[in-house]
Design a protein around this ligand. Structure first.
Ligand code: NAP
Length: 482
């Protein structure tokens, strides 16, 4: 194992003043400590915010095209290291190769996308009512933005917050999740090498309650973008709004796929299995509920069980489904499996930990399908964040939509149907920030807005695409008479 990774503050790589270290283990083989990071203090976080505040004005007045040039160069440096970053992501988070490699590519693409946006930023010119007047708007950066990110997309989510924040001219402090901070730190390294001025980006590792709290509470912070669990997100939202700060929170999901009687059972099972078992079910948009018309239910269940049982589970480097990230996440999934059985759901397949030399020590769990699930069971209401799909039988399309909406969350939802009217009704009636027809609930494009309804989001701002820039800019309206 190499030396302890350092924080990046004011353009320098520095140790925490605590001397404490966070260990990150390989979830496929927890005896293997992959890397160590700074266990930082409130004081370390304060220094990072102060560095950002000091750098903010110069970066705000750096021309957009120059900011864009640095982002483009950073994206290219990440591209040069794509395989190394993929390996690091697999080692810390446990994803399979295709998912990890695709996620690194997404981060590269995001930096290239927002490099162009940095040059496009401006405002709008309008016709004034008065003569001899220019009437227009200017988009200014918000100031210092705090970014707090989860472990499940450890490079894509930091990228989709950082790139628009920097493109718009904000200075930034970033706290990556403690479980897998390595690839976020590598973004900082790429930006540093690309010529980002000192202090414009600062990355501090450490616990959420210490570093995260200071990144929210410090007076010099103007905006907070948080992605993570609904429980922590609610606290973050309250802390930020109490202090009068701009805040966005993107949170958990309980995402449904509704399968109608006009669907092909095998195609629907492919869609649900990919959405539910991909990334080991550890996506905020993962499908965790299949809501299936009674006429197709038996055939669909047989097809879904078949797919679950054919998945090759093992270390991410060369298998189809990797481990859960930690012992806590594995225990939580196994708890939910117990709860579902106790509540009367029928275990159709999975439900345990797989056997074999490759999986005996890691945090692996079998792809699991529950049938005979009622919408009010906890397995149908709460985010499991593991590869567990609850199948709910409904008697018609209307009931399917009602059940789809019968949860506190509203992140992503899909319908499988060959009926165009049903598809349109689903788009209109489902309560979710992302709606898909004949597609899995997971998978997003980087150039369109992303965010949830209900408990999945603060619903204040959207991320990604043009909408992603709005959070990091504030408009000034100019009446210039001459
Ligand atoms: P989490 O436990 O809420 O942690 C998210 C981040 O918040 C981490 O960096 C964490 O630091 C930090 N944190 C913890 N307590 C904090 C506090 N009191 N103040 C400030 N920051 C604090 O979530 P997670 O387990 O990493 O991620 C999984 C969750 O994220 C799932 O619920 C998933 O659905 C959701 N998610 C949502 C989206 C979306 O866009 N809607 C995308 C991905 C994931 P530590 O790591 O040090 O605890």
């Amino acid at each position: 194992m190499s030396e302890t990774n350092q924080n990046y503050v004011n353009g320098e790589w520095v140790d925490s003043e605590t001397g404490e270290v966070l260990e990150v283990e390989n979830p496929a083989n927890p005896d293997d400590v992959v890397a160590t990071y700074q266990g930082s203090s409130t004081e370390d976080a304060t220094a990072a915010v102060e560095a950002a505040a000091a750098a903010a004005d110069d970066w705000a007045t750096t021309p957009g095209p120059e900011r864009g040039r640095i982002l483009r160069e950073a994206g290219s440096l990440l591209a040069d290291r794509k395989e190394e970053l993929t390996d690091r992501l697999i080692a810390e988070e446990g994803k399979v190769y295709a998912e990890a490699n695709g996620e690194v590519q997404r981060a590269i693409d995001i930096f290239h996308y927002f490099s162009g946006k940095a040059a496009d930023l401006g405002g709008t010119v309008k016709g004034p009512s008065a003569t001899n007047q220019n009437l227009y708007t200017i988009e200014e950066p918000v100031g210092v933005a705090s970014l707090i990110t989860p472990w499940n997309y450890p490079i894509a989510i930091p990228a989709w917050k950082l790139a628009p924040a920097l493109a718009a001219g904000n200075a930034v402090v970033l706290k990556p999740a403690s479980a897998a901070p390595g690839v976020a730190i590598e973004i900082a390294r790429a930006l540093d090498e690309a010529g980002l001025p000192d202090g414009v980006l600062n990355v501090v590792t450490g616990s959420g309650s210490t570093v995260g709290s200071e990144f929210i509470g410090h007076d010099a912070v103007d905006a907070i973008s948080f992605t993570g669990s609904s429980e922590v997100g609610q606290m973050v939202y309250e802390q930020a709004t109490d202090a009068g700060k701009r805040v966005q929170t993107e949170l958990g999901g309980k995402n449904p796929t509704v399968v109608t009687d006009s669907a092909n059972a095998a195609e629907a099972a492919d869609i649900v299995a990919n959405g539910g078992f991909g990334t080991t079910g550890q996506s905020c948009t993962a499908c965790s509920r299949a809501i299936v018309h009674e006429d197709i239910y038996d055939e669909f269940v047989a097809e879904l069980v078949d797919r679950a049982e054919s998945i090759d589970v093992g270390p991410g480097s060369d298998h189809e489904m990797g481990p859960q990230i930690s012992a806590d996440e594995l225990d939580s999934t196994l708890d939910y499996i117990n709860i579902a059985e106790n509540e009367g759901a029928t275990l159709a397949t999975g439900g345990g930990v797989p056997e074999g030399s490759e999986v005996e020590s890691g945090y692996f769990v079998e792809p699991t399908v529950f049938i005979d699930v009622d919408s009010d069971m906890r397995i149908a209401q709460e985010e499991v964040f593991g590869p567990v799909i609850a199948v709910i039988k409904v008697s018609d399309f209307d009931e399917g939509v009602t059940v789809a909406n019968d949860v506190p969350y509203g992140l992503s939802a899909s319908v499988v149907t060959n009926d165009h009217t049903e598809a349109n009704r689903f788009i209109d009636e489902v309560e979710a920030g992302v709606v898909k027809v004949n597609d899995k609930t997971t998978g997003l494009e980087l150039h369109v807005p992303f965010g949830g309804f209900k408990r999945s989001s603060s619903e204040t701002w959207r991320e990604q695409g043009d909408a992603g820039l709005n959070f990091y800019t504030i408009e000034k309206t100019v009446y210039d008479s001459y």
